[in-house]
Design a protein around this ligand. Sequence first.
Ligand SMILES: NC(=O)c1ccc[n+]([C@@H]2O[C@H](COP(=O)([O-])OP(=O)(O)OC[C@H]3O[C@@H](n4cnc5c(N)ncnc54)[C@H](O)[C@@H]3O)[C@@H](O)[C@H]2O)c1
Length: 372
Amino acid sequence: MTKLGVGIIGCGNISTSYLKLAPLFKSLDVKAVADINMDTAKARAEEFGVRAETVDDLLNADDIDVVVNLTIPDVHFAVTKQILEAGKHAYSEKPLVLSLDEGKQLRDLAASKGLRVGSAPDTFLGGAHQLARAQIDAGKVGRIIGGTCHVMGHGMEAWHPNPDFFFKPGGGPVLDMGPYYITNLIQLIGPVKSVTALATATFATRTIGNGDRLGETVPVETPTNIQALLEFENGAVVTLGASWDVWAHRHDHMEIYGENGSIFLPDPNFFGGDVEISGEDKEISTVEPWDHPFSVANQDERANYRCAGLADMATAIAEGREHRCNIDVAVHAVDVMTSILKAGEERRFVEMTTTCERPAALSPDEARALLA
Ligand SMILES: NC(=O)c1ccc[n+]([C@@H]2O[C@H](COP(=O)([O-])OP(=O)(O)OC[C@H]3O[C@@H](n4cnc5c(N)ncnc54)[C@H](O)[C@@H]3O)[C@@H](O)[C@H]2O)c1
């Protein structure tokens, strides 16, 4: 198949994963990288044998069809808009944008230009989450009625040398980690109808625990301790605990309850892991692992197939079908997350104004077909 020429804007932390993993996929050919900081772009380009360009030159390059936005969340909207205005398909790291209005603007702009927008996370395409999906679709636990999700810890100032943005509006655990959980819930259960939440911030400041600014404090300007309730269009009710104020806990990442049984999923921030299931006998057992290429450990004993969503988008363009990490799913996830924060702030229920289809399942054979 013809490969799509890929350009990357944003050469920070996560760009190494994209540059390392893109060659696994037959539809992707990374040509160039850019960054607001040219030295950063040059260093990354040299490391991976691609061109370093200014953002403008990359957006005008004839051999680039799709541009991946790996900048910080605060500029995701502006950069993705710039990509679309340059006539290129766009794929963004999460969260797609920080407000529903921005998401709708990108959706309209892409539609008017006949371009695709894709968005991380693509971890829900991992073998583990697709195996859980296959159990649900095969009716193994009956109609889904509820679930619980927990993404809790005491982050991020302990390890990140510049953690300021995590604690400003647009940061916080719901927008930073929520995308992995919400997107997986959407693929497993479907779209959300309404949400409510209580949201607090336990600590007024955070003390940096690593790097040049060790010991410096940063102000906390967004909720960091959120308990939310999500009502799905199918009637299921799910609780989501998202906190950076908790030192230890014993909750599973994700449990999904059906009329006839329960499913226990591994961390949706990763592609692999064991899936467990129980029926009405309440006996919990591991689901027989399947031969899904996106479950195979390929990095530090973990399965990491970041770029899978981008590769699916590239293949979908060639095949004229919808891609799985599509803008409707991403905009709906933004609607859910921003509504949770609004519900917490205003202490009320918020109805979603967007919806989406469940993205298509990705079978082992379909995943294999994406690989080089
Ligand atoms: N670091 C991770 O482990 C990780 C994992 C998953 C997702 N993400 C997501 O990936 C994105 C990037 O995260 P990161 O950790 O790589 O951040 P980072 O701060 O390490 O890198 C961001 C890069 O973008 C550049 N940049 C900022 N504004 C720009 C602009 N307007 N134009 C061009 N370049 C610009 C910066 O100079 C920097 O090099 C975020 O959305 C984050 O949520 C990160």
